[in-house]
Design a protein around this ligand. Structure first.
Ligand SMILES: [Zn+2]
Length: 140
């Protein structure tokens, strides 16, 4: 389970909406199963069904997460017209290219579907060894 404060959740939703019609992305710092800091990030290769984080920004965010005493607890991105479920590309990108080594083994992949613009749907997943398992999101 991943706990997210209502105010942080709103920041995630606002960032996802601001990226429309393209996907938006970001990282989540936290500890003990709770998100403590949201990092809305630039989509370096924006598309309606694609995102890629900027490597340099990713590096800066990881540094800030460490220096804040947090861990990378999650990553989020939006699906402007798709379900809140990892695509085959999302699953492939969860690994180092050509391997089964996860990029972020302990991170929850949060996907925000904006299919119904008025009612975004957010779900969390762990992606390990090609297996997708739902992680419950608790917005408090
Ligand atoms: Zn996706």
């Amino acid at each position: 389970m991943l706990n997210i404060k209502r105010s942080d959740f709103e920041v995630i939703l606002a960032h996802c909406r601001s990226g429309l019609p393209n996907e938006a992305c970001g990282m989540l710092g936290g500890r003990n199963g709770s998100v403590e800091k949201v990092y809305p990030m630039r989509n370096a290769k924006p598309g309606p069904d694609y995102y890629e984080m900027d490597a340099e920004e990713q590096f800066r965010v990881m540094k800030d997460i460490r220096e804040s005493g947090f861990e990378l607890i999650g990553l989020f991105h939006s699906h402007p017209t798709g379900q809140a479920y990892p695509s085959s590309v999302d699953i492939a990108q969860a690994y180092w290219p050509g391997t089964e080594l996860p990029n972020y083994p302990d991170a929850v992949y949060m996907i925000v579907s904006l299919m119904d613009r008025a009612r975004p749907v957010a779900r969390g997943f762990s992606i390990e060894e090609g297996r997708v398992q739902e992680v419950k999101l608790s917005v408090i």
